[in-house]
Design a protein around this ligand. Structure first.
Ligand SMILES: Nc1ncnc2c1ncn2[C@@H]1O[C@H](COP(=O)(O)OP(=O)(O)OP(=O)(O)O)[C@@H](O)[C@H]1O
Length: 245
């Protein structure tokens, strides 16, 4: 059974429709990338999956169970199984790196500090920041801050990690270090949904690629299919434009 499914999922900001009948199923261990033109609804799709925006039609299922977006308990349970990292890393400026990573598991999940700090140390090593436990965000580069944000998300032990254009705000020379971190998470088998404009990276790391346009899923395929022999004209056009860049 898929870990996460969206079936005929539609959503809107107020009266403006943004997602229209989106279907996707995500199996455990998959790395699925969402691509498509600006404004095609990729971020909105992640927001609905994270429970930040309700569907207007259709449904989301986790382990086969339909999420009732009117139930606070169900939303909380859903968010407990996922973590999202945004383009803006939004670290707590008045806390050092270790505290940024440990605060939610300690304060919200009420887990023992010693366990959480031990895990955080391992996570900071994994994202290449073992030396930076006691640095403050303003002492770090954008790439380092984004890696702290990824460690902070992983500290919540999500079953699915959602990454929303996490390298888009970074200077080009800092993008690689963040992509390297994501690549190593992918090789560990963490289930991920990625929105990214880094097409070479998407092609390399994804198990499947979802092409979106105007709030709809246009095509889903392997990276080789989507980038090498897309079936749909809109995919061909988008991929062609991007690859010519
Ligand atoms: N908070 C909001 N309120 C109203 N409309 C919004 C809001 N956020 C996004 N939109 C609109 O919803 C549509 C889809 O936006 P979304 O951010 O999901 O697209 P995207 O594919 O992620 O684009 P990008 O690659 O530029 O981030 C766009 O037309 C956008 O203007």
């Amino acid at each position: 059974m898929p870990l996460l499914e969206a079936e005929n999922l539609s959503s809107a900001y107020g009266r403006v429709p943004v997602l229209s009948k989106v279907n996707l199923s995500v199996n455990k261990g998959e790395v699925i990338s969402l691509i498509g033109p600006s404004g095609s609804g990729k971020s909105t799709f992640l927001r609905v999956l994270m429970g930040l925006l309700p569907p207007t039609a259709g449904e989301v299922r986790i382990d086969g169970g339909r999420i009732d977006y009117r139930s606070r308990a169900q939303l909380r349970a859903m968010r407990d199984r996922m973590a999202i990292v945004f383009q803006q890393y939004n670290l707590f400026q008045n806390m050092d790196v270790l505290r940024n990573v440990t605060i939610a598991p300690i304060k919200i999940k009420k887990r023992p500090r010693a366990d959480v700090e031990r895990e955080a140390t391992a996570l900071l090593l994994k994202v290449g920041l073992a030396e930076k436990h006691h640095a403050y965000p303003d002492e770090l580069s954008g790439g380092q801050q984004q890696r702290v944000a990824i460690a902070r998300a992983l500290a919540l032990k999500p079953e699915i990690l959602l990454l929303d254009e996490v390298t888009a705000a970074l200077d080009p020379e800092l993008v690689t270090e963040v992509l390297d971190t994501i690549r190593s998470l992918a090789s560990e088998g963490i289930t991920m949904l990625i929105v990214s404009h880094e097409m070479a990276f998407v092609r390399e790391v994804s198990t499947r690629v979802v092409m979106m346009d105007k709030g709809q899923v246009v095509e889903i395929g392997s990276p080789a299919e989507i980038f090498g022999s897309p079936k749909e004209a809109r995919t061909r056009e988008f991929v062609g434009k991007i690859l010519r860049h």
